[in-house]
Design a binder for this molecule. Structure first.
Ligand SMILES: Nc1ncnc2c1ncn2[C@@H]1O[C@H](COP(=O)(O)OP(=O)(O)OP(=O)(O)O)[C@@H](O)[C@H]1O
Ligand SMILES: O=C(O)c1ccc[n+]([C@@H]2O[C@H](COP(=O)([O-])O)[C@@H](O)[C@H]2O)c1
Length: 200
């Protein structure tokens, strides 16, 4: 029985978790979620709309506004918009993922992120523990290929990397395991939308 108003998940279901500020959500988020479903053999993708990125000094738009916009943008039977980090009162990704793993003990989670986050994840709290907790699926992002492939995290977990041709095995693997997949890339970014005055 769930303590919170959290999404439901059946035993054995494979769920990708895409964390982000979604300030605002855009077509790039939609594309990588659709690709992740296919390329990583997932049943669902949950968007974790975060209260705030612990590394960003300026807070995002109010959570309700970001969640409502995300729900207007995407209407997909296998993509779920959630505010679980607010409900769990967690701010750091490792804490959120550990809490979800404990609540949904029979769900197989995969952490998802764009290539820009692979290049930065070594700055996150407990980042190596994230790789030990669940498989990690990385999706290509324009201009981020080289930085991501040479990133400290890519080097540290080089032996746990799956070839892109085996990407559908990722969500079935035991951690640590990660995979970088290339795909038709989408240049959208929340900061570009904010800078154009298209949000807020
Ligand atoms: N166009 C894109 N292609 C691939 N990955 C993306 C794209 N846009 C966002 N992502 C990924 O989606 C997740 C959430 O992204 P986020 O909400 O920070 O959006 P953003 O566009 O990166 O925002 P900002 O420009 O403010 O940094 C991150 O893992 C990010 O790497
Ligand atoms: O846990 C951390 O230390 C940490 C530091 C920076 C970012 N994150 C997470 O990374 C995800 C992407 O953040 P953002 O703001 O770039 O959308 C989001 O889920 C954040 O909570 C997590």
């Amino acid at each position: 029985m769930l303590r919170f108003n959290l999404p439901k998940s059946n035993a054995g279901r494979r769920v990708g978790l895409l964390g982000g500020s979604f300030d605002p959500a855009h077509e790039g988020h939609v594309r990588i979620s659709e690709q992740a479903l296919k390329r990583f053999d997932l049943d669902q993708v949950w968007w974790l709309v975060s209260p705030a990125n612990p590394l960003k000094p300026q807070g995002p738009a109010p959570l309700d506004k970001r969640v409502a916009h995300a729900k207007r943008l995407i209407d997909h039977p296998r993509i779920v918009i959630t505010d679980v980090e607010t409900q769990l009162d967690t701010r750091f990704t490792f804490d959120s993922l550990r809490a979800l793993r404990d609540i949904y003990s029979t769900t197989r989670f995969t952490w998802l992120m764009g290539a820009d986050n692979l290049a930065q994840i070594h700055q996150w709290r407990d980042w190596q523990d994230i790789f030990q907790l669940m498989p990690v699926g990385v999706l290509a992002r324009p201009g981020q290929g080289l930085a991501a492939q040479c990133a400290p995290a890519a080097r540290r977990f080089a032996s746990a990397r799956l070839a892109a041709r085996d990407s559908r095995l990722l969500s079935h693997c035991t951690a640590p395991a990660w995979c970088f997949v290339d795909m038709p890339q989408n240049p959208a970014s929340s900061s570009a939308i904010r800078n154009r005055g298209g949000w807020g």
